[in-house]
Design a protein around this ligand. Structure first.
Ligand code: TRP
Length: 330
């Protein structure tokens, strides 16, 4: 059985893109692998959240994970900062990570551009912490999006370097696992590009039906087809892509035919789409609310997850310390 590790930073609510682009496959993977799914709340500190917000952000993402069906009875679900062993491995790996290679990382260069006032060392060593997250459980597979592939390559490099340096075959080199074609990249409602947490173009799993209807009714379309069988414009294609994951085949067919015959009414299409999104996401929203209200359940999940994650992590740390040459005085 393969070991799978994946994390998500606690910096914003989950949206439909997260669900159909990743979580749906976590649900499938959790049955077939030894999975560790965690909330990356050390990583979240790179953007300096306020102490008053930090806990709530973590709790929200955790509740959303669980509401989607990630099952803590099957997978190990935990909070990164509950496993201080990760911080120790991060420290140890930092000794063999070179400033030059870290500075060349695309995500770091992007941060320099986007937040020139806060280029902290945590951002520079972000890939080292991520590597520690992964190899501390000796993962083989890491389900991540395309934007994380370079970080995964660095993880493999740090694992390989450790093995070479100490002449051991200790850490496996994990592969990025991006699900093949099964997952759909969900576009935003603004006509172009993908759904994001901060782009203002997303539908969140925690959105109320009223919010969803309002957002969908405001989605960008075009001025309507002018000749039969005209190609779909990008904004229209995007709405049909969202339909493809929430609506019945017959609904999609109906509106495609209406478009082809120039009889389509975008208002009707949007109304239907909004209802189908609500039908999919409302049970999740209700569960999010229930789970958020159940502190006893959440604290049990977190405590059990931390215990399982620490068991695996402390075994690795103990062995790593031995490999590096730390010995007991006796
Ligand atoms: N860097 C990832 C992201 O921003 C989150 C993350 C942190 C992660 N540690 C990880 C993902 C380990 C997979 C494995 O999406």
């Amino acid at each position: 059985m393969d070991t799978v590790v994946s994390g998500i930073r606690s910096t914003g609510n989950l949206h439909l893109g997260n669900y159909f682009g990743a979580i749906k496959n976590f649900l499938k993977m959790q049955r077939e692998n030894n999975c560790f799914f965690f909330i990356a709340d050390y990583h979240a500190l790179t953007t300096h959240p306020k102490p008053d917000d930090l806990h709530g952000n973590i709790k929200q993402v955790l509740a959303e994970y669980l509401a989607c069906g990630i099952d803590p009875e099957i997978a190990t679900v935990f909070i990164q900062s509950d496993v201080p062993e990760v911080a120790e491995l991060y420290l140890l790996l930092n000794m063999n990570a070179y400033v030059g290679e870290l500075e060349r990382t695309t995500s770091f260069k992007e941060k320099i551009r986007k937040q020139p006032d806060n280029i902290n060392a945590g951002l520079l060593t972000y890939p080292v912490l991520m590597a520690a997250d992964i190899i501390i459980h000796k993962a083989n597979k890491v389900p991540v999006g395309k934007d994380q592939e370079q970080h995964l390559e660095m993880t493999r490099k740090f694992a390989r370097r450790f093995n070479m340096m100490y002449e051991v075959n200790y850490f496996p080199e994990p592969d990025a696992y991006n699900f093949g074609k099964e997952l759909v990249k969900i576009p935003g409602l603004d006509g172009t590009g993908k759904m994001g947490k901060s782009e203002g173009n997303g539908i969140f799993l925690a959105d109320s039906p009223a919010e969803i209807r309002k957002k969908v009714m405001r989605a960008v379309t075009d001025s309507g087809p002018t000749s039969p069988n005209q190609e779909l414009s990008e904004p229209l294609k995007n709405l049909f892509t969202i339909m493809s994951v929430v609506s019945e085949q017959s609904t999609i067919k109906f509106f495609k035919e209406k478009h082809a015959s120039c009889e389509i009414r975008y208002g009707d299409l949007k109304k239907q789409l909004a209802e189908d999104i609500v039908k999919f996401s409302d049970p999740i929203r209700v569960r999010i609310t229930e789970i958020l209200a159940d502190n006893k359940y959440l604290s049990k999940v977190v405590a059990e997850g931390a215990e399982k994650a620490r068991e695996s992590a402390s075994k690795t740390i103990k062995e790593v310390r031995e490999i590096i040459g730390y010995k007991k005085f006796n």
